[in-house]
Design a protein around this ligand. Structure first.
Ligand code: NDP
Length: 298
């Protein structure tokens, strides 16, 4: 058997086209564009690339993009004042502070300063709480993208056994909450889990969010299961290569021989993250401007 490849790049492109349509309708109804602000502290090269591509994608969808770059030695009060100004700015619907922050800044304090109704990353404790109790809020982009891919592939997830490997606040925990909300029977595995292979072997859905290259082996996967690989790991360069290959947390070749469907790395979950960020920003715009958006439209 060879698994179907879940094409996140294609799905994300379709979602972005839909967002662009809704962004245009929003502009007509609200008399202004939706706006997403991104704050970057310091000059970390990877963060600079992410911020640039987020800005570009925002503009391509017909929304306003606001970028604020603060120096690496920026103090907490300056950063919090910037967030306060964005909270108060009616042209700004969503606020994202690019993580990680330099070590002298406390991420929890900074995230807590964002108005939860503009917290399009879904990291604010209010949004984590809303997700836990089933109230509308903002859900972290990567796990929400994973659920979109799963529902597109499987339809209803109700009653399926799901194993999420990883329990971070950004991926693993919200992923588990979302699967629970879809009526899956959810197991969360982590570094202290005993017999991980055995735990994974009962799953109809496996979500790997660990950060360890090719850790999940094909022999662990139940035949026909759907495998979502969140991991992005760069291997050391092989001889003759300038940089190493990108791989996920799942041994793709092995798992693809057993699974029913699987996301590739790259081109699976990765492209969904920015698409869902844009989706969250546009949902925020509708809520902030009091413009109706049909349930499930985005
Ligand atoms: P974290 O490092 O915050 O969390 C990793 C989790 O994996 C922890 O809960 C840890 O357990 C668990 N873990 C570590 N080792 C093992 C092991 N041997 N067996 C079982 N569980 C283990 O990572 P993130 O959640 O932030 O990210 C996970 C991966 O997803 C990374 O590769 C990251 O690059 C990628 N990622 C991709 C995104 C995308 O857009 N596609 C977005 C965000 C992340 P414990 O809690 O016990 O330490």
């Amino acid at each position: 058997m060879s698994a179907a490849v879940i094409d996140g790049k294609q799905f994300a492109a379709t979602l972005r086209a839909r967002i662009a349509d809704y962004a245009a309708t929003f502009e007509q109804s609200a008399g202004r564009k939706a706006g997403l602000a991104v704050v970057l502290v310091g000059e970390d090269p990877a963060s600079q690339v992410y911020v640039k591509s987020k800005g570009k994608a925002t503009l391509e969808c017909g929304m306003n993009s606001f970028e604020y770059k603060l120096p690496i030695d920026c103090d907490e009060a300056t950063l919090l004042a910037r967030i306060e100004a964005l909270n108060a700015d009616e042209a700004v619907d969503g606020i994202l502070v690019q993580l990680p922050l330099p070590g002298h800044l406390d991420e929890q304090t900074v995230i807590a300063a964002i108005n939860p109704d503009k917290d399009v990353d879904g990291f604010h404790v209010t949004n984590a709480g809303r997700l836990a109790v089933g109230q509308p809020g903002f859900v972290p982009c990567t796990p929400l993208g994973c659920v979109m891919l799963l529902k597109d592939r499987l339809g209803s997830l109700s009653g399926l056994d799901a194993v999420v490997i990883g329990r971070s606040n950004i991926v693993g925990k919200p992923m588990a909450q979302l699967l629970l909300a879809e009526s899956c029977t959810v197991t969360i595995a982590h570094s202290r889990t005993k017999d991980l292979a055995e735990v994974v072997a009962r799953a109809d859905i496996v979500v790997a969010a660990v950060g360890r290259p090719e850790m999940v082996k094909g022999s662990w996967i139940k035949p026909g299961a759907t495998v979502i690989d969140v991991g992005i790991n760069r291997l050391p360069p092989a001889e003759g290569e300038s940089k190493g290959r990108l791989v996920g947390d799942v041994d793709y070749a092995e798992a693809a021989a057993v699974a029913g469907a699987i996301t590739p790395v790259p081109g699976g979950v990765g492209p969904m993250t920015i698409a869902v960020l844009l989706r969250n920003a546009l949902v925020a715009a509708h809520r902030n401007a009091g413009v109706a958006l049909a349930d499930g439209a985005l």
